[in-house]
Design a protein around this ligand. Structure first.
Ligand code: UFG
Length: 323
């Protein structure tokens, strides 16, 4: 297929682009490089630097490329930042996203695949979390993704745009070539591994008084290659709807740090800090729907394996990407 990928220079997008190309698809990457890296774009893809805040540019680009499918990764995606700068989240994730959707419809694209998030649920009434849970986000990031999910529903009803929306749990690990390099790193695993690499003196634990067994937040970590695989399955024209993507197992912040110590063989000093605003205590997926309806099956379900791929990438790229 001819596939148009927004955010294909970013962490999850770069790995998905590589897998799409390996599977024989033709790929155009559209990225403004605000978070992504030019050198994270697979050399076999066509690259367009741009921002879909620019309505004319995205219309022109999609009109020229005429893809069969759009995979939309590009977004602002930091829970903590969204609590201090909500405007950025509603502009980038909702308003600019509508430009992309309008251009998608105008270009006659048949399929849209959207990167949503478990942050759309907010603190759940029960875990593991399936798709029937009410969506009550507690941060602007989750709210902005939920708003876009609703826009998608209306575009399906009014314009007939078929879509798959994936609610990712915590993306982690690295692919064969590409890994995690955010210019400002806020995520747990890369921050902990930066300590193991000797680049930081200690890692911070945000909140030790949550209602969890060891007092720290619990998350469901999912390998990015497994996320990428789900996107490939979503390209099947018969697939549509909302799907959670996670491994169904939760790990606390302290457990993640222990696994990082084991994998790296290095001691990782920690400092306890107050809670970070906007963090739900426990998020763990039920991905039964993705298993049964998409035939999706994670290849790297074990946290040790996920962290090992990340450690391998970071040791080979201690300073991340050059650009
Ligand atoms: N944490 C620390 N120390 C750190 C970094 C994080 O204790 O240095 C804690 C956080 O407070 C949180 C947990 O580790 O409790 C995980 O934090 P991350 O920042 O790694 O991930 P989040 O769960 O906040 O958010 C990520 C993505 C979102 C996505 C969400 C779904 O950034 O895009 O997972 O849970 F929506």
């Amino acid at each position: 297929m001819n596939v148009f990928v927004t955010g294909g220079a970013g962490y999850i997008g770069s790995v998905c682009v590589e897998e799409l190309l390996d599977a024989g698809h033709a790929v155009t990457v559209f990225d403004n490089l605000s978070e992504g890296h030019r050198s994270a774009v697979d050399g076999r893809a066509t690259f367009v630097q741009g921002d879909f805040a620019d309505r004319t540019l995205i219309h022109e680009t999609l009109g020229r490329v005429r893809p069969e499918a759009v995979i939309h990764f590009a977004a602002s995606a930091l829970v903590g930042e969204s609590m201090t700068n909500p405007s950025k989240y509603f502009r980038n994730n909702v308003a600019s996203g509508v430009n992309l959707l309008d251009a998608t419809v105008a270009a006659g694209v048949r399929k849209f695949v959207f990167s949503s998030t478990c942050a759309t649920y907010g603190p759940p009434d029960r875990v593991p979390m399936d798709e029937s849970l009410p969506q009550r986000p507690i941060n602007p990031y989750g709210e902005s993704k939920l708003m876009f999910e609703k826009v998608l529903g209306w575009y399906r009803e009014i314009h007939g745009l078929q879509f798959v929306a994936f609610r990712y749990f915590n993306a982690a690990g690295a692919g064969r070539q590409f890994g995690e390099h955010h210019r400002v790193e806020t995520h747990l695993i890369p921050n902990v591994l930066a300590v193991a690499l000797g680049k930081k003196p200690h890692c911070e634990i945000f909140g030790t008084d949550y209602p969890t067994p060891d007092g720290t937040c619990i998350r469901d970590y999912i390998h990015i290659a497994d996320l990428a695989q789900a996107h490939m399955l979503a390209l099947d024209p018969s697939k549509s709807g909302f799907f959670n993507l996670g491994n169904g197992e939760g790990f606390s912040v302290r457990q993640v740090i222990d696994v990082c110590e084991r994998v790296s063989g290095r001691k990782i000093p920690t400092i306890e800090r107050p809670r970070r605003a906007g963090d739900p205590p426990r998020l763990v997926a039920s991905a039964q729907k993705a298993f049964s309806e998409l035939g999706w099956k994670p290849r790297f379900p074990k946290l040790e394996d996920i962290v090992s791929t990340a450690w391998n990438w970071h040791t080979r790229h201690p300073d991340g990407y050059p650009d």
